[in-house]
Design a protein around this ligand. Structure first.
Ligand code: ASP
Length: 334
């Protein structure tokens, strides 16, 4: 009896709460939310592609997919594949600089507009790790595969095994071995890790990130690029962000996730990128003068932002039918 009374009481109070909520929401005038979320009469700048560094060919490939009515996920995958296939790019795919043991190990991740994510880390002998990350997302119950397991999965999925260490990268590694000094390079203007975000005709956002990681890293080291919220994050309601530079610092501040959350709270993509860099720079004992981190971001309206610690970070933007390389604003001015 007591129990029945209790249940009755709670269900009445729940009902009351529900009524109050409905009444309140009816009476509140519909304010425009201060987030990057799109409201009814706003237009989205689309199709749009933004990618880290000087990556015109990759952005062009992604834009082509979108211009033909393709979706943002296909666009970012196709865009990243261009860089992975270029043996001259020493930070991505074939030709990437190896770890200190001479092994080229690749990291990549991809996110779609449904909030799904797939990634691979420390993969050897497979060039198109961005497509492998997509396979992890779409064909497995997991989100992240590492090393040998990822390579085995790639072969099962029909990927080709190939030697990723080009003569030029082998030579660079052999020269590095003479001193074996480990110093992250501030900028590789032409270019470094590629992080890419796209908005398709439906207004949906996807993102991708692919890298060989820091040159001459310790064997087994994994950076921010393949880690959700670190090198990449997409929330289709709000926008997306991607990172490049010293992955350890990006990971410690969960940079890309932070940027998307700041946009959710009302910041523009530019303000959010600047705040994320500030979090790194203003940490106690931050050694920021000796490393680079750069961010790009886009919100649901197609507004973009970019910011880095040092000068000479740039990004490629395809918008309003034009593909341009744009120099990013930066923190250290003197
Ligand atoms: N963020 C990459 C990493 O830490 C490297 C880079 O962008 O330079 O692996």
């Amino acid at each position: 009896m007591k129990r029945r009374k209790f249940i009755k009481k709670t269900s009445f109070s729940k009902l009351g709460l529900l009524l109050i909520t409905i009444l309140c929401s009816c009476n509140t005038p519909k304010e425009e939310k201060k987030t990057g979320t799109i409201t009814e009469n706003q237009t989205i700048r689309k199709p749009l592609v933004i990618a880290t560094w000087n990556t015109p060919k990759a952005v062009e490939a992604a834009a082509k997919v979108l211009e033909k009515g393709g979706n943002a996920l296909d666009a970012v995958e196709q865009g990243c594949r261009v860089e992975e296939a270029d043996p001259k790019g020493q930070s991505v795919g074939i030709g990437g600089l190896p770890d200190r043991e001479g092994h080229v190990t690749l990291d990549a991740c991809i996110m779609n507009d449904k909030g799904d994510y797939g990634a691979v880390v420390a993969v050897e002998n497979i060039k198109h790790v961005i497509s492998l990350a997509r396979k992890v997302m779409e064909e497995t119950p997991h989100v992240l595969l590492a090393g040998k397991g990822a390579e085995q999965f790639a072969i099962e999925q029909g990927f080709e095994r190939e030697d990723l260490l080009t003569p030029a990268s082998k030579k660079a590694w052999e020269e590095w071995k003479i001193k074996s000094e480990y110093k992250p390079i501030i900028n590789i203007e032409n270019h470094d890790t590629i992080g890419m975000l796209a908005i398709d005709d439906e207004g949906n956002i996807s993102g991708a990130c692919t890298t060989s990681g820091l040159a001459y890293k310790m064997a087994g080291r994994v950076g921010d690029s393949p880690i959700i919220g670190g090198g990449l994050f997409v929330d289709n309601e709000i926008g997306g962000a991607a990172a490049t530079g010293l992955g350890e610092e990006v990971l410690k501040t969960v940079g890309s996730f932070l940027i998307v959350e700041l946009m959710r709270q009302g910041m523009s993509p530019q303000q959010a990128c600047e705040e994320a860099i500030k979090r790194i720079v203003e940490k106690p004992n931050s050694n920021y003068k000796n490393f680079q981190v750069g961010y790009i971001a886009v919100n649901k309206k197609g507004e973009v932002g970019a910011y880095s610690i040092h000068e000479w970070f740039s990004y490629n933007l395809y918008a309003d039918g034009e593909n341009k390389n744009i120099k990013s604003d930066y923190y250290i001015k003197n």
